[in-house]
Design a protein around this ligand. Structure first.
Ligand code: UD1
Ligand code: CA
Length: 466
C-alpha cells in the first residue's frame, strides 16, 4: 500500500509581514495561507498531516479544530527546518511510507505537482526527492548540487555557498518527498555547524548521498507554484496569480468573465455555463451559481445558491440566500441570510430581505424591507413597504398569502397574517390579520377643506395692511 503523510512547516513568525497576526493565518483569496499546502497535501493522498507551529499556535490549531487527520507539533524555538521536522517526528513514529514536506507559506503548490513528484520518486526508487525550479535570480534560495549522473548530492544555502555554487540556478523549493525511516533517522542526527547555526533540513540530501541512497530533484517549470510569501507585496502577487489560475479554469469551463483582473471568484465556487461575470464581482463562501446567469458590475455574493437564468443587477449584495431560476435582483438590492426567492421573483432597487420565503412570480420592485416573512406566489409588494418585525424585544413573522396586492407605503406590524387574494390599500399600517379576498384600509380618513389656501392668503394680506 502506498502510504503518504505530510509535514507542513509553519513555526516561523513571518516578521516581514509586520503584523500582529502570524504569517500563515493571513488570508489569500479568503482562506489562511496555511490551508493551501494542507489542502494540496490532502488532495495528493496524504492520510495524516502534522503541522509544525510555534508562534500563535492556538490561532492555527483553532482554525483546524474538529478536523480529523490533522495533528500539531509545537516547535517552541525556531532552530531551523531540520529541527522543525524533528519536532514532528514523534507524531509519526508509527508511520511507514512517504513523507511529503511542505511549507506553510508556499500556497500555490498544486496537487498535480505533488502527485508528479511522488510518482517520479517511486519510479526512480529514490529515498529523497526535492522539488526544484530554475530561476533567473536564485538569491536567498538553497542551490541544488548534483553529480555527473544527475543525482542530487547536496543542497547548499546561500549563506554557506561558494561563488561557484551561487551561480547555480536550480533552487530548492523547500518541498520534498522522503522515505519515513530515513527521514526520521537523518533529522535526529543533524548538526547546526553552519553559517546560520541552524539545523538545516537540506542536510539530509548530503547524508543520503553519502550513504549511497538515491536523491533526485523533480524540476518544475512554473516558479510561481513554489513562490514563498514573506511580505504583503508577495501576498498580493500570489493572490493575483491565484485569481488568474482560478478565472482561467472558470473560463475554460464555459463561464464568460469580462475583466478577469477584477473578478474575485473563490476557487470553491461553482458557476454554470454561459453565465456572464461583469467587472468587480466578488463571489465567495462555496456559492453555487447556475447557467446563463448575468452578474452585473460590483455585485457581492457570499454563500448563496443561485439557479439558472438569474440576473443580479449592479451593486447588489447577496448573503446566505437561495435564489431559484429566472429571478431578477437589483440594482442595489441586499439579500441577507435566510432569504429564499422562488422562480421568477423580482426584487428591485433598494430592497432589503432577511429570513423570508417569496413565492413564484412575486415582486418587490422598489424601496422595501421584508424580514421574517413568508410571502406567497404572484404577490405584488408596493414601493416603500416595511415588515415591522421587531418590537424592541423579539422578532415576529409576517405571513402574506398568494395573489395579494400590497399598495405603496404599507407597514405590516408583525405578527400579522394576510389571507390570499386580498388587497392592502396604500399607506396602511396593518396591525390585525386580514381575511382572504378582503380589502384592508388602515389609514386616517382624508379631509378636504375647500378654499382653505386662498383663505389663508387673504388673512395674511389683511395682517400686513393693519
Ligand atoms: C529554506 C531552505 C532553502 C529553500 C527555501 C525555500 C533550509 C535550511 N533551507 O530556506 O534551501 O530554498 O527554504 O523557501 O531548509 N520553519 C519552521 N521552523 C524553523 C524554521 C523554519 O517551521 O525553525 C518553517 C518556516 O515557517 C517556513 C519554512 O519552514 O514555512 C521555511 O523556512 P524559511 O526560514 O523561510 O526557509 P529558509 O531557511 O530561508
Ligand atoms: Ca524563506
Amino acid at each position: 500500500m502506498n502510504s503518504v503523510a505530510a509535514i507542513i512547516l509553519a513555526a516561523g513568525k513571518g516578521t516581514r509581514m509586520k503584523s500582529g497576526l502570524v504569517k500563515v493565518m493571513h488570508h489569500l483569496a479568503g482562506e489562511p495561507l496555511i490551508d493551501y499546502p494542507v489542502t494540496a497535501a490532502l488532495n495528493a493522498g496524504a492520510s495524516r498531516i502534522v503541522i509544525v507551529i510555534g508562534h500563535q499556535a492556538e490561532t492555527v490549531q483553532s482554525f483546524y479544530s474538529g478536523r480529523d487527520g490533522i495533528a500539531f507539533a509545537i516547535q517552541a524555538e525556531q532552530n531551523g527546518t531540520g529541527h522543525a521536522v524533528a519536532c514532528a517526528a514523534p507524531l509519526l513514529s508509527d508511520f511507514r511510507g512517504k513523507v511529503l514536506i511542505l511549507c506553510g507559506d508556499v500556497p500555490l503548490i498544486k496537487e498535480e505537482t505533488l502527485n508528479g513528484m511522488v510518482h517520479e520518486h517511486e519510479l526512480q526508487g529514490a529515498v529523497v526527492t526535492v522539488l526544484t525550479t530554475e530561476v533567473e535570480n536564485p538569491r536567498g534560495y538553497g542551490r541544488i548540487l548534483k553529480n555527473e549522473a544527475g543525482h542530487v548530492i547536496g543542497i547548499v544555502e546561500e549563506k554557506d555557498a561558494t561563488d561557484g555554487q551561487r551561480a547555480i540556478r536550480e533552487i530548492n523549493s523547500g518541498i520534498y518527498c522522503v522515505e519515513s525511516g530515513f527521514l526520521f533517522d537523518a533529522v535526529a542526527g543533524l548538526s547546526s555547524d553552519n553559517a546560520q547555526g541552524e539545523y538545516y533540513l537540506t542536510d539530509i540530501m548530503r547524508i543520503a548521498a553519502e550513504k549511497g541512497l538515491k536523491c533526485i530533484s523533480h524540476p518544475i517549470d512554473d516558479a510561481l507554484e513554489v513562490m514563498g510569501i514573506n511580505d504583503r507585496v508577495q501576498l498580493a502577487e500570489a493572490e493575483a496569480a491565484l485569481r488568474t489560475r482560478t478565472n482561467d479554469a472558470f473560463m475554460r469551463d464555459g463561464v464568460t468573465i469580462r475583466d478577469p483582473k477584477t473578478a474575485y471568484l473563490d476557487p470553491g465556487t461553482v458557476i454554470g455555463r454561459d453565465t456572464v461575470i461583469h467587472p468587480n464581482v466578488h463571489i465567495s463562501g462555496d456559492s453555487v451559481i447556475g447557467e446563463q446567469c448575468v452578474i452585473e458590475p460590483s455585485v457581492v455574493i457570499r454563500g448563496c445558491r443561485i439557479g439558472n437564468g438569474v440576473i443580479v443587477k449592479a451593486g447588489s449584495v447577496l448573503e446566505g440566500s437561495i435564489v431559484h431560476d429566472s429571478v431578477s435582483i437589483g440594482p442595489m438590492a441586499h439579500l441577507r441570510p435566510g432569504t429564499e426567492l422562488l422562480e421568477e421573483v423580482k426584487i428591485g432597487n433598494f430592497v432589503e430581505t432577511k429570513k423570508i420565503v417569496m413565492g413564484k412570480g412575486s415582486k418587490a420592485s422598489h424601496l422595501t424591507y421584508l424580514g421574517d416573512a413568508s410571502i406567497g406566489s404572484e404577490v405584488n409588494i408596493g414601493c416603500g413597504t416595511i415588515t415591522c418585525n421587531y418590537d424592541g424585544v423579539a422578532k415576529h413573522r409576517t405571513v402574506i398569502g398568494d395573489n395579494v396586492f400590497v399598495g405603496s407605503d404599507v407597514q405590516f406590524v408583525a405578527p400579522v397574517t394576510v389571507g390570499s387574494n386580498s388587497l392592502i390599500a396604500a399607506g396602511s399600517t396593518v396591525t390585525r390579520d386580514v381575511p382572504p379576498d378582503s380589502l384592508a384600509i388602515a389609514r386616517s380618513q382624508q379631509v378636504n377643506k375647500e378654499g382653505w389656501v386662498k383663505e389663508r392668503a387673504r388673512g395674511a394680506k389683511r395682517k400686513a395692511q393693519d
